[in-house]
Design a binder for this molecule. Structure first.
Ligand SMILES: Nc1ncnc2c1ncn2[C@@H]1O[C@H](COP(=O)(O)OP(=O)(O)O)[C@@H](O)[C@H]1O
Ligand SMILES: [Mg+2]
Length: 261
């Protein structure tokens, strides 16, 4: 069926994707067909991301952006295709294995802080995986050192946090396991504008200073593409355009369809 997104054209070639992420490849997805139950949402989907690179997925509601993150983390049915981390296949690992063995963390889209637990208790929930508890405690200390906003509220119930601080806690909870890849679903959703910049500054620091690889879904396409090194525009479970964030911001079709321009 024809629709307004048809102007965006056909899927970029694997060669095009690889050019955007040419050095030190961290994660690849090849020919992925995946979905929920028997329903296929992603069709022959490819992705390449380098170490310490940030990739933003944009596109209309229901395009399958969250499903890409779910597939990387192990929440979907994978019918076909391969996911590799530094050349090792991880397609069928469980979420717990993704987190503890290969260092992929998923930051929930929904408000997932427990309001009556303290900030510290919430943070330590991120280290629930038994064999890494000592490391998790050490990492939690490091996080308190780094983020004064959390340190000051360490023993208070999380419900006292502002929206922005809550999002910081959600991100920090994922950091407790010292992941190398962060999957971030709509970090700006539900936040007041003044906190949105704060969240992107935190992600920027994690990418630039802690060398995390970041795969981000963002409905605020402008913010997402300004932040990310590269972007994929997803339509109906397939990539319609891939490019550098700056180039996508200048692309007239992207502007008209996703940037309100
Ligand atoms: N847990 C689920 N079970 C069944 N279908 C789902 C589930 N999550 C998402 N879907 C469906 O998958 C499609 C893609 O959804 P999603 O990846 O959430 O899109 P986006 O994040 O781009 O808005 C939609 O048609 C949605 O209804
Ligand atoms: Mg989504």
């Amino acid at each position: 069926m024809a629709n307004q997104y048809d102007v965006l054209g056909k899927a970029p070639s694997l060669e095009d994707l690889n050019k955007l992420s040419s050095s030190d490849v961290h994660l690849t997805i090849r020919g992925l067909n995946a979905g929920y139950g028997k329903m296929e949402i992603l069709h022959n989907f490819d992705l390449t991301v380098s170490k310490a690179q940030s990739l933003c997925l944009i596109g209309p509601n229901g395009a399958g952006k969250s499903t890409i993150l779910h597939s990387i983390y192990g929440f979907t049915n994978i019918f076909d295709g391969k996911i590799e981390l530094e050349g090792d296949e991880i397609t069928k690992l469980t979420p717990a294995q993704k987190l503890s063995k290969v260092g992929i963390a998923y930051i929930l889209q929904d408000n997932s802080v427990f309001p009556d637990m303290t900030v510290e208790e919430n943070l330590l929930m991120g280290g629930y995986i038994k064999d890494k508890q000592d490391e998790a405690y050490e990492e939690a200390e490091r996080i308190f050192q780094k983020y004064e906003r959390l340190r000051n509220r360490r023993d208070q119930p999380a419900k006292v946090l502002s929206g922005g601080e809550r999002r910081l806690l959600e991100i920090s909870r994922a950091l407790v396991m010292k992941p190398s890849i962060l999957l971030v679903d709509e970090p700006s959703i539900g936040l007041e504008p003044r906190y949105i910049n704060m969240v992107f500054e935190i992600l920027y620091d994690l990418q630039k200073n802690e060398k995390k690889t970041i795969i981000l879904v963002e409905q605020n396409a402008k913010k997402g593409l300004e932040f990310a090194d590269i972007g994929y525009v997803l339509v109906s479970g397939q990539t319609a355009i891939a490019g550098k964030g700056d180039d996508l911001l200048k692309n007239p079709d992207v502007g008209r369809l996703f940037l309100g321009g």
